[in-house]
Design a protein around this ligand. Sequence first.
Ligand SMILES: [Zn+2]
Length: 183
Amino acid sequence: MHLDRATGWCHGVRHCPSPNFNQRPAGEISLLVIHNISLPPGQFGTGRVQQFFQNALQRCEHPFFEEIAGLQVSAHFLIERDGAVTQFVSCLDRAWHAGVSCFDGREGCNDFSIGIELEGTDHEPFSDAQYRALIELCRLLQGAYPAITPERVCGHSDIAPGRKTDPGPAFDWQRLRAAFITC
Ligand SMILES: [Zn+2]
């Protein structure tokens, strides 16, 4: 895995460009937001998250898709259960993952954050392969964007409390934090 700083795209991962992005208003990249997602909820390896971020979800496939198919959202990265990493939006651009949000008194976290989706649910343990890929990706991003200090790695539920619950209680923050200390 290697990050091309000129383009904001990682090499050595899958690319699945999403149309759901725009410019960061100030170019700042200083926060990392961790999420979970699975489509349909609780089903893994379906390829539907990729379709969702490309506005290509088929409404008729599942009742839940009827609800969400019209949303235009994205994240910079998705890490599937087998540890495969897919990038949807350049790190230099603003992906649409956080929604109404606030970190340390600042609203609109999409403006200055990178969003990483872990394929999963709030209550199922994430896989070892996902932690390995997440730690590698976090180290890569922190190397490229030093403003992302360990204190500025958070969950979606931290910046949208009461509205969002991901990455959920099954996410092992200790495991991620320990990796930062040893890097
Ligand atoms: Zn989320």
